[in-house]
Structures are given as C-alpha cells and as structure tokens.
Design a binder for this molecule. Structure first.
Ligand SMILES: C[S@@+](CC[C@H](N)C(=O)[O-])C[C@H]1O[C@@H](n2cnc3c(N)ncnc32)[C@H](O)[C@@H]1O
Length: 254
C-alpha cells in the first residue's frame, strides 16, 4: 500500500497543477470560501489566531474555516510556500472550470478585461482584484504567465473565485467590440464605452502588440498630465473599469 503524500509534498505538487490553486494568506482563503471554492485542504499554525481573524474580518466564513483547518507546526508551514504568509493560513482549492465561449456570449452589458502577455504576477493579480470589485464579466490573459499562479492569486486576495479568470491562446471575441486601451488612443469617454466591450491592456513595458492594435475596433486613452508616459497596468485597468462603472447603469445613481 502506498503512503499518502505529506502536506509538504501536496503543496509542492499543487503549485504545478493547472487544476489546482494554492491560496496564500487569510484574505485569499476568505474570498475563495466566500465565492464558493472547493477547498481541498486548509492549514494554519494556530487555530485560535485564525479563529480570531475570521471573527474580526470575515464572520461569514468562520465556521467553514474552523471546521476545515488542519494545524501544522511553524517549521512545516514555512516549507509550504516560498514566503509563508504572516497570517499563518494556506490552502489548496480546485480551480473552477471556465468556459470561455460562455463568457464571451454572456448577454449582460459588462466588459471583459483582456491582458495581453502581462509579465508581472503581482500586477496580474491586482487586475483580477479590481475587475472583481468593478463587477467585470471576466479576466482573460494571453502569453507566458498562468493567471492562476499562486503569486497572482495572492495579489488578487483570492478574488479569482469571484469571476471567470482564464488563459486564452486567441484574441478573438465574436460579437464583442474589441477596445484597445493604449496611451496613443483617442480620449476616453466613459459613457460611450460599449457595455460588452473586450478591453485590451498591454504588457507593462511593451504595451499592446501591433497585431492587437490593428485588430481593435477602437483605441482609447486615459488622459494624463503632460510629461507622464503611462500608468501602471493595474492602475489603468482600475481607471477604465471604474470610469465605466460610474458612468453606466452599475453606477451609484443607478
Ligand atoms: C505600463 S503601460 C505600457 C507602457 C508602454 N510603454 C506603452 O506605451 O504602451 C501598460 C498598459 O497600461 C495601459 N495604459 C497605461 N497608461 C495608459 C493611458 N494613459 N491610456 C491608456 N492606456 C494606458 C495600456 O493598456 C498599456 O499597454
């Protein structure tokens, strides 16, 4: 009979498994539970401290956390992540399946965020976090990074579970206008943004590819003070999504 993998082996394997997500820190685990994640294992170093955190910050998930928590000692915990989170909580969850075709066909007037080959995982996670907060339809990425990388999930505070997030090979979205968000575009009028747009943002250093700029139905820019070359990627996503949200039926006057 084979022995079950140790918790250290389990976390190490989960980091390379595209069906699984490693959740680092209390907030990531909190959002995953709140948005219906299927959790495989939750570990912590101190059950009382985790319980107090849940009581103070997330009473809605306190019972789930309390019943599921597996306590491990500090030495084992420090081997489960490259930078063990100070909150002393880590988990492994199943990634929810995403049907990109269904996402594209979603009838609601909510944009999809497309990140073209983002390089920085913290930036990528910050984009997912703001897209979830603005109630965007989903986040799609192209290029080299896995949008579910533990570093991106940590930066998103686990909000990958709040909306569809997936990697795609093709930037082709039938039935949805493709809007290139680019410092060289025309001045952005939030109330004119098509509700079902795919909003494409470029890589941190290089911006959008020529191919995507040419494929776009329109190019828009966020006005900036003279002398400033560009905004940080996640900041640009936040500016466009919240301008859209405040100007649309989702806004405060809705
Ligand atoms: C750090 S910027 C890339 C800078 C790159 N050198 C360029 O000129 O596009 C990353 C992405 O954020 C978005 N972005 C940043 N500032 C912007 C602005 N003022 N208007 C429109 N998009 C902007 C674009 O999608 C851009 O590709």
């Amino acid at each position: 009979m084979s022995t079950p993998p140790s918790i250290v082996q389990k976390f190490a394997a989960a980091r390379h498994d595209r069906q699984l997500a490693v959740l680092e820190g209390f907030h990531a685990v909190k959002h995953a539970l709140r948005f219906g994640a299927t959790i495989d294992v939750v570990v912590g170093t101190n059950a009382n401290e985790v319980d107090h955190l849940a009581e103070a910050l997330a009473p809605d998930i306190r019972d789930q956390l309390r019943h599921g928590l597996q306590v491990v000692d500090g030495e084992v915990f420090s081997r489960l992540a490259p930078h063990a989170p100070p909150s002393g909580v880590l988990a492994i969850a199943s990634r929810p399946p995403v049907d990109v075709g269904d996402l594209i066909r979603e009838p609601h007037a909510r944009p999809i965020v497309l990140l073209e080959d983002p390089r920085n995982l913290s930036n990528l996670g910050a984009c997912v976090r703001v897209a979830a907060a603005a109630d965007a339809a989903g986040v799609l990425t192209t290029g080299r990074q896995d949008p579910w990388h533990p570093e991106a999930v940590r930066a998103a505070a686990g909000l990958h579970f709040a909306l569809p997030v997936a990697h795609v090979e093709e930037s082709w979205f039938p039935g949805r206008p493709l809007v290139a968000v680019d410092p060289g575009g025309a001045g952005f009028r939030p109330s004119r943004l098509p509700g079902r747009a795919v909003l494409a943002f470029g890589a941190e250093r290089y911006g959008l590819s020529q191919h995507l700029l040419e494929a776009a139905d329109e190019r828009i820019s966020i006005p900036m003070r003279s002398g400033v070359s560009s905004l940080n990627l996640a900041t640009a996503v936040a500016a466009v999504l919240f301008a859209w949200r405040l100007a649309s039926a989702h806004g405060p006057d809705a």
